[in-house]
Design a protein around this ligand. Structure first.
Ligand SMILES: Nc1ncnc2c1ncn2[C@@H]1O[C@H](COP(=O)(O)OP(=O)(O)OP(=O)(O)O)[C@@H](O)[C@H]1O
Ligand SMILES: CC(=O)N[C@H]1[C@@H]2OC[C@@H](O2)[C@@H](O)[C@@H]1O[C@H](C)C(=O)O
Length: 374
């Protein structure tokens, strides 16, 4: 088994991601040699119970201590339970849960012990994907861009395009598919665009007891408060040259900008902030993308999609338009990255995280053996 994973040929990898929305864990099978996508396999999701979610929320922004330990336990058990839905995989890519992310100061923390998971599953696990990149001077995020490059090749894209992920935080990858490899200069430019659903979710939760603005129903009834939007766009983050990344709560004070507004206007304004962050970010791309392919939960929000369509100068479509699965792209990305780590291929480069040179980050843990830091 070890030989097959570390050498050549196709690996059946199971990837899992617990994102900044804190709604649950996605897991998906991908068959790949770490470069080409050979095929997609089954996928599954396990939502967090309100009690689990409260534990995760309680640990956000913390680096150590009881709250972090409790969150770690929730993450490990949730993944183990979800992985019971799968069989026949050779390798696991385990992102875990980001609790804190401050790449220029204290580092980045994804909880969930991959060495423990490897023992529990009896299968090799790649985990702790972001730490080395941060240690080498990178942002440690976003990491999906190398997979986005493979997706662009898979769909036979010929012109530069962008993948836009709208989870709790938004992130965008500009891909030039004419380049031979993702780490080649000019192949990728990636960055977090700004807050996406996280502030909207937090607002709806605190005011209406709703987990999110389903179908954009609340925002649809509201009017965007232009003054608040302008204050938001005046944040220095938007002018900063990418690569750049955010912690989930970096823009949490934005909620204060809509505090005086009624529910519908506040929701409309937070939705518009997400779209405006993307429009500001896309100006940093080396050339205008021919299309923006949207992945993540935000693509289910028609109000947000309409705002994006109005503010961007190219077609904006969910990734399903090109045959990809927008609910599982991140899980598939960590399956893909796991195979790259096992094979010694890079997972980030100057264009994606700002790291000085292309590197592979992650730890490969084998059951009953010593960990191998890669
Ligand atoms: N039908 C819907 N209508 C409106 N919004 C939706 C809908 N479905 C999902 N969302 C939004 O998408 C969010 C989930 O997105 P996703 O699963 O991509 O997040 P994530 O993986 O946790 O985040 P990240 O990419 O930041 O790690 C929900 O919390 C909600 O805000
Ligand atoms: C530090 C961290 O976990 N960042 C996440 C978060 O969620 C979206 C955005 O912020 C992105 O930078 C990243 O996740 C995706 C999967 C990535 O690394 O590509």
């Amino acid at each position: 088994m070890k030989r097959a994973i570390e050498k050549t040929g196709i690996v059946t990898a199971l990837g899992a991601m617990s994102g900044t929305s804190l709604d649950g864990v996605d897991a998906a099978i991908l068959r790949t040699d770490g470069e080409r996508i050979e095929g997609f396999g089954p996928a599954s999701y396990r939502g967090y119970s309100p009690a689990e979610q409260a534990i995760l929320r309680g640990a956000l922004g913390q680096w150590a201590g009881d709250a972090v330990e409790a969150a770690t336990d929730v993450i490990e058990q949730a993944h183990l339970a979800l992985f019971e839905d799968f069989s026949g995989y050779d390798l696991v890519g385990f992102h875990g849960q980001t609790l804190a992310h401050a790449p220029r100061a204290r580092g980045t923390l994804q909880v969930g012990d991959g060495a423990w998971l490897s023992q529990a599953l009896g299968c090799p696990v790649v985990w702790d994907f972001r730490r080395t990149d941060v240690e080498m001077g990178g942002e440690g995020a976003p990491l999906a861009p190398f997979f986005h490059f493979a997706c662009a090749c898979h769909i036979r894209a010929t012109e530069p395009l962008a993948f836009l992920n709208l989870g709790g935080v938004g992130n965008l990858t500009y891909v030039d598919p004419s380049r031979a490899r993702p780490e080649e200069a000019g192949a990728l430019l990636a960055f977090d665009t700004g807050p996406a659903n996280a502030p909207l979710n937090d607002l709806l939760q605190s005011r209406l007891g709703l987990a999110f603005d389903e179908g954009g129903r609340t925002a649809r009834r509201g009017t965007v408060e232009q003054g608040a939007l302008e204050l938001f766009l005046a944040e220095p983050y938007f002018a900063r040259i990418p690569p750049k990344s955010l912690d989930r709560n970096d823009f949490s004070e934005m909620i204060a900008l809509v505090a005086e507004l009624n529910d519908a206007d506040a929701a409309a304004t937070l939705t518009a902030m997400c779209a405006a962050g993307v429009a500001a970010g896309i100006q940093h791309c080396p050339q205008a993308p021919a299309q923006v392919l949207v992945t993540g939960g935000g693509r289910h929000n028609p109000v947000l999609m309409q705002m994006l369509a109005v503010s961007l100068d190219c077609p904006v479509r969910p990734v399903e338009a090109v045959g990809l699965n927008g609910d599982m792209l991140e899980a598939q990305a960590f399956a893909y990255l796991a195979v790259r780590v096992a094979r010694g291929l890079p997972t980030s480069c100057p264009g994606t995280t700002g790291v000085k040179a292309a590197i592979g980050g992650g730890t490969l843990s084998w059951p009953s053996e010593t960990d191998v830091a890669v």
